[in-house]
Design a protein around this ligand. Structure first.
Ligand SMILES: [Zn+2]
Length: 346
């Protein structure tokens, strides 16, 4: 099998051709989030021949993901494997000629640099405003383009940001919305066909840019209600950028850590009975050592990116390789901290 055969239907497109395909093959893309948008966008980009994909996600596969996250199977939810790892495995089987790097980590002000370093474009598949603001600051500082996609209920929206100045995401959303005002997939539900469509549109914009056709990229915000058959395109008024704290005044407050929401602090994971605790200061315990220490305490599962202890009362502690711990079965941060101190230690 030659790569000429593999990409034949794509290189036949006059807008891509051999030259566009060559550029796509040399591209390095970070997919931030391997959920509904990330799995679908990554699938399209991997098959299109993007040379390097970094798949970043902090979570494990759950049953409620299977309705729309089409790279995952029941067996993945049953074993609770890391999303990034499973996604990389499936995509490598679909295209063995590209490089895939799974990263199981949380995006914070401390980690974003290491996570996005050396990439040419980012797919925003985060479903998280704090991370989007952080990504927006990072993009403006490093002139890194990104494709925003968001979906909730039966609606979705899409926007491309070049990273080269105005406009930026904060022109569109100047401040962090209050938590109560944000409808998320967990509370409002989401239509699987809507997330597939938005992810597909994100991949389309990425391919335009990466193949060298920057003039073809969409510069307006596109919002679609797939159920109500409504679609709206909005131009950014220049006045928005003038007053924008980020691209207008150059205040990158999220990246500078001035905004609490992006710090690595204990947090209740939305829509789940679970608390995430940040990596402890100092060197985290090696995972193998933890697994050994837990043997007498409950059921222990050791995987490539984490070790998990299921206690007799069915609370579980999952310690990831980046040092984070997720305590499932409670939304009480104090209780999670106590369990962490007892079973994981300082
Ligand atoms: Zn702006």
């Amino acid at each position: 099998m030659s790569s000429a055969t593999r990409y034949d239907r794509q290189t036949r497109l006059s807008v891509i051709g051999q030259e566009g395909q060559r550029r796509i093959g040399e591209s390095r893309v970070a997919v931030l989030g391997c959920g509904a948008l990330g799995t679908v966008a990554a699938d399209i980009l991997a098959r299109a021949g993007v040379g390097y994909l970094r798949l970043i996600d902090r979570d494990v596969v759950e049953w409620s993901n299977l309705q729309r996250q089409s790279l995952f199977l029941e067996a993945d939810a049953r074993s609770g494997r890391a999303k990034a790892e499973v996604a990389a495995e499936r995509l490598q089987a679909a295209n063995s000629t590209i490089e895939l790097e799974p990263v199981v980590a949380d995006v914070t002000v401390d980690t974003i640099s290491g996570l996005l370093d050396g990439t040419d474009l980012v797919i925003d598949a985060t479903d998280n405003f704090a991370i989007r603001f952080l990504l927006n600051d990072y993009s403006l500082l490093h002139r890194l383009p990104w494709v925003h996609g968001g979906c909730v209920g039966t609606t979705g929206q899409l926007m491309f940001f070049t990273g080269e100045g105005k406009p930026c995401f904060r022109c569109l959303v100047p401040q962090m919305p209050p938590a109560a005002a944000i409808a998320t997939c967990d509370t409002a539900g989401v239509l699987g066909s809507a997330t597939h469509t938005i992810a597909s549109l994100q991949a389309t914009e990425a391919l335009k840019w990466l193949s060298g056709h920057r003039e073809a990229v969409r510069h307006r915000v596109w919002s679609i209600d797939f159920w109500a058959n409504r679609s709206r395109e909005v131009e950014f008024p220049a006045a928005l950028s003038e007053s924008c704290p980020a691209c207008g005044r150059g205040e990158l407050s999220f990246l500078e850590g001035a905004e609490e929401s992006t710090a690595g602090e204990p947090k209740v994971l939305c829509g789940r009975q679970a608390v995430q605790l940040p990596p402890p200061a100092g060197t985290p315990s090696p995972l193998a050592l933890l697994a050994q220490r837990w043997e007498e305490l409950g059921e222990v599962q050791a995987a490539r990116f984490f070790v998990r202890l299921t206690l007799p009362d069915s609370l579980t502690l999952t310690v990831f390789r980046d040092g984070r711990t997720v305590v499932d079965g409670t939304d009480d941060i104090a209780k999670a901290k106590t369990l962490h101190a007892r079973y994981v230690g300082g």
